[in-house]
Design a protein around this ligand. Structure first.
Ligand code: GUN
Ligand code: FE
Length: 421
């Protein structure tokens, strides 16, 4: 593998939320998996490195999917006429039960890994199922494909069908074993994944808190997504003032525990203040929020508060794996929110959506999602020549057209300095 090389083309990224950095026909240099810099002409020490010439194409940071269910990929686009809790019973649980069979898991996760590989996504935080062997299989497929990110074996000991329910002790024992067995992975790491509060007893959550501290793992879950779910959590955890406290009590809500929470549509001021204080990431999944009628998250409020936030596809709540699609969905539903709910919160702009899709979510993985020196070299090359127009577009306009109009599939893709295609 080449250690040091350059991509040449039209480079666009967002070092600051809402501000595009546009560098026409320049060199983006990768040195040992990291961004070394962007140059108009190659400096002396890089004079002889290989250059991948991308002509007039656009070079963007790889996109980040901060919340996706690999185990739900098979039924994406199906069964959307329900709210969350019914949707889980009807669609998610029966499909996820099939992953007890390693042959089914191998076939289904192969499809997911192939689709994620050819997509513009370079990093993802992924939900598997409760099944340890199938989860390891998914991690292996993703690692071999050269993708990076987090994969979680789910925990569920309550309020789910018998065919999917773990015992509390069994769930903890399998999670411990899975964390031990994950030690051999490098680019794909395990993330502790209690499904959501209704599916996890307090004993289980306390045990997971202990495992998190022992293994130093990251953590992902769902938070304040749906109004019926939030009412249910109030009944299940009467001592909490808000949903997030049910994660915070066992020590699974930021601070020493790197945490990403999906949705947070209905997170109130107290919950958001705790998230800000603890550095919890918020994963906005606009398409899922619309499909299962959960609501529209106030992303403008999050940005004003300086929350750590990114975008998620939430397949199969979201039908589409494309994070370009998540960008336009986020923009569109923020416009509806502004018009119909709260006109003090202006809609998201395209540069803001690109930031959320790259550096915003990327920070959950470290220095990811930007082309500033020292960032991991995740890049995609987009070819917009198949989107003909008689207009002479600027580079910013070409970016807009790629985001809104293209199939979202890159021509070339690099993850941590490795070219996947
Ligand atoms: N809450 C608990 N489980 C799920 C799930 O699978 N998808 C979504 N969108 N929300 C959830
Ligand atoms: Fe989800």
């Amino acid at each position: 593998m080449e250690q040091t090389f350059a991509l040449k083309g039209n480079i666009i990224f967002t070092p600051v939320c809402g501000k595009l950095e546009v560098r026409p026909r320049q060199y983006l240099v990768c040195e040992n998996g990291l961004v070394a810099g962007i140059f108009e002409t190659l400096p002396e020490r890089f004079a002889n490195i290989p250059v991948h010439e991308h002509g007039d194409r656009l070079i963007l940071p790889g996109l980040v999917d901060l919340h996706v269910h690999a185990s739900q990929y098979a039924y994406r686009g199906l069964g959307m006429d329900m709210e969350l809790l019914d949707w889980l019973e009807e669609n998610a649980f029966p499909e996820e039960a099939r992953f007890a069979d390693p042959a089914y898991a191998a076939a289904a996760y192969r499809v997911f890994a192939d689709e994620l590989t050819r997509s513009a996504t370079t990093r993802a935080s992924i939900f598997a199922t409760v099944h340890r062997p199938a989860t390891l299989l998914l991690m292996d497929l993703l690692e071999k494909a050269g993708l990076r990110g987090f994969v979680g074996k789910l925990n569920m000991d309550s309020n789910c069908p018998d065919y999917l329910r773990e015992t509390t002790e069994g769930s903890l024992a399998e999670t411990r074993r899975w964390l031990e067995e994950s030690a051999g992975f490098s680019g794909v790491r395990p993330v502790i994944t209690p499904r959501f509060i209704p599916s996890c007893s307090e004993t289980l959550m306390n045990g997971l808190g202990g495992l998190q501290r022992q293994f130093g793992a990251a953590m992902q879950s769902h938070l304040s997504e749906n109004l019926s779910e939030i009412e249910w959590v109030k009944q299940l955890r009467p001592s909490t003032r808000f949903y997030g406290e049910a994660y915070s009590q066992p020590g699974l809500f930021g601070g020493e525990c790197p945490t990403v929470m999906a949705h947070c549509i209905w997170s109130g001021e107290e919950e958001r203040a705790l998230m800000k204080e603890r550095g919890v990431f918020l994963a906005h999944c606009p398409q899922s929020n619309m499909n299962v009628s959960s609501g529209i998250a106030p992303v403008r409020t999050w940005l004003r508060e300086g929350q750590k936030a990114g975008l998620g596809s939430d397949v199969a709540g979201g039908a589409h794996l494309s994070i370009f699609r998540a960008m336009t969905d986020a923009i569109q539903c923020s416009k509806l929110r502004w018009r119909l709910v709260d006109d003090s919160l202006p809609a998201l702009t395209l540069p803001e959506a690109l930031y959320l899709a790259t550096k915003g979510g990327g920070e959950f993985f470290g220095k990811v999602g930007s082309f500033e020196p020292g960032y991991e070299f995740d890049a995609i090359v987009m070819d917009d020549s198949a989107l003909p127009t008689t207009r002479q577009c600027t580079l910013t306009e070409r970016l807009e057209r790629v985001v809104w109009l293209s199939d979202g599939l890159p021509l070339a893709k690099y993850v941590a300095g490795r070219q996947l295609f």
